[in-house]
Design a binder for this molecule. Sequence first.
Ligand SMILES: C[S@@+](CC[C@H](N)C(=O)[O-])C[C@H]1O[C@@H](n2cnc3c(N)ncnc32)[C@H](O)[C@@H]1O
Ligand SMILES: Nc1nc2[nH]cc(C(=O)O)c2c(=O)[nH]1
Ligand code: SF4
Ligand SMILES: [Mg+2]
Length: 211
Amino acid sequence: MKYFVKEIYYTLQGEGAKSGRPAVFCRFTGCNLWSGREQDRASAICQFCDTQFVGTDGPGGGVFRSALELAGAVAAKWPESWNANKMVVCTGGEPLLQLDEAVIEALHDEGFEVAVETNGTKIPPPGIDWISVSPKANAECILRAGDELKLVFPQPGGEPTKYENLDFDHFFLQPMDGLSREQNTQLAAQYCLKHPQWELSIQTHKLIGLP
Ligand SMILES: C[S@@+](CC[C@H](N)C(=O)[O-])C[C@H]1O[C@@H](n2cnc3c(N)ncnc32)[C@H](O)[C@@H]1O
Ligand SMILES: Nc1nc2[nH]cc(C(=O)O)c2c(=O)[nH]1
Ligand code: SF4
Ligand SMILES: [Mg+2]
């Protein structure tokens, strides 16, 4: 199995319940809800994506020819000074198009807790330690259980009530970034205040200039 990866880098998890935790980000190439090309954005199923995930040309990116090779590249980004509390966040693009049991096992063997950021359209392989699902209004969310549900807000047709009965330990609203980010942040905050099942997830890495 070959794995196509846009970038691998060390940063702080910026979103959700694990916000602030050091982690290696492994960003897989490609997504099933958008080609990643700007000229296709308006016709894509998911139109608000804030991420470049085309190609293998980012920092630490490449084509990895085995699960062991990929896990080794992830491990190489962890600071040598502290061989504990190791976390890797598999994201993309849509990581569940490529992430398989072999990679999860190899990452565990390197001592990592394995977290995944997914759009909820694919059933994950077994063994993932933390599943963050971010459903999209125009795509069926078939992954209906996990650790956190992180809904980008607002999404017409993807109102929080559509997801409030799914089986998650945390329910987050994350303001949609873009031209209306400030307004969306106020709307999300007001929604959480009125509906305290929901908590606010601010994209903290963007506030402090981390990738
Ligand atoms: C780039 S996606 C990659 C993982 C997966 N494809 C997904 O959508 O969950 C990572 C996270 O960023 C969120 N995200 C993408 N674009 C965003 C935006 N414009 N504003 C806020 N969050 C956004 C996604 O909903 C998801 O929670
Ligand atoms: N720092 C940081 N935290 C993140 N949490 C989820 C992200 C993602 O793009 O999946 C992300 C990201 O891109 N950067
Ligand atoms: S599903 Fe995720 S990676 Fe794909 S376009 Fe939407 S936000 Fe971006
Ligand atoms: Mg991001």
